[in-house]
Design a protein around this ligand. Sequence first.
Ligand code: COA
Length: 168
Amino acid sequence: MTRPQGPAVVVREATPADVDAVVGILVDVAGEGRWIGTEAPVDVERRRRRMAEDVAADDAIVLVAEAGGEPVGQLGLRLAPYGVADLGMAVAAGWRGRGVGTALLAEAVERARKAGAHKLALQVWPHNAAALALYERFGFRREGYLTRHYRRRSGELWDAIVMGLPLD
Ligand SMILES: CC(C)(COP(=O)(O)OP(=O)(O)OC[C@H]1O[C@@H](n2cnc3c(N)ncnc32)[C@H](O)[C@@H]1OP(=O)(O)O)[C@@H](O)C(=O)NCCC(=O)NCCS
């Protein structure tokens, strides 16, 4: 498929200077209300503190995707002591469908493997077709289904698909 032209995307590890921008992306995507577990209103100060801890931590990896010098996507990995890297990611709405998610995920697979993880794991809403397509293209398998599991602020109970990608 031909992708729209635009500035090249660079994926790198986040630094403390990226914390506000990375949290900003999460706040915006949370505001869309449909894609990630985090819901609006986000406690931004708390989120920034936690993100700064993750950026500095040995058991977490935060990646940022930049286009034209602007952060347009982020991916977080949390490395559990039993060898599983839990993944969450988000691309700014105006940048989706241009390969940013692919670039982030490819880097995350490499980083997780280098960190010694034997598996990547994540959860995704069943209606998130773009995320499911991306994960399945990387070889993630559907390992489980959580029924009426997550209480949303609206009061609704949402299902989630559990996915995994072996790295060993
Ligand atoms: C999911 C997400 C990270 C993907 O990032 P992205 O930059 O759009 O991903 P890419 O452009 O690299 O690739 C997306 C793939 O999904 C496909 N896709 C996009 N929208 C789709 C849709 N509605 N239905 C099916 N496939 C779709 C694209 O065709 C593409 O696959 P292709 O390259 O084989 O054509 C991004 O959509 C996003 O941030 N969404 C909001 C937050 C979110 O859902 N996070 C994940 C929570 S589990």
